[in-house]
Design a protein around this ligand. Structure first.
Ligand SMILES: [Zn+2]
Length: 48
């Protein structure tokens, strides 16, 4: 399942387009940056 990304992490634009390769990659139509969104499990609270 592809994660939805609303804002470009580089320029903040919302004109993002998913790319087929690599998996989970998005391309920003404004700054032409391509980035991959990776899900990271949130750390458990209180377990330090
Ligand atoms: Zn951008």
């Amino acid at each position: 399942m592809r994660l939805a990304l609303q804002y470009c992490p580089y320029c903040g634009e919302q004109d993002l387009h998913p790319r087929e390769d690599p998996e989970g990659a998005w391309e920003c139509a404004d700054c032409r940056s391509t980035f991959v969104v990776t899900a990271v499990p949130a750390p458990a609270r209180g377990s330090a």
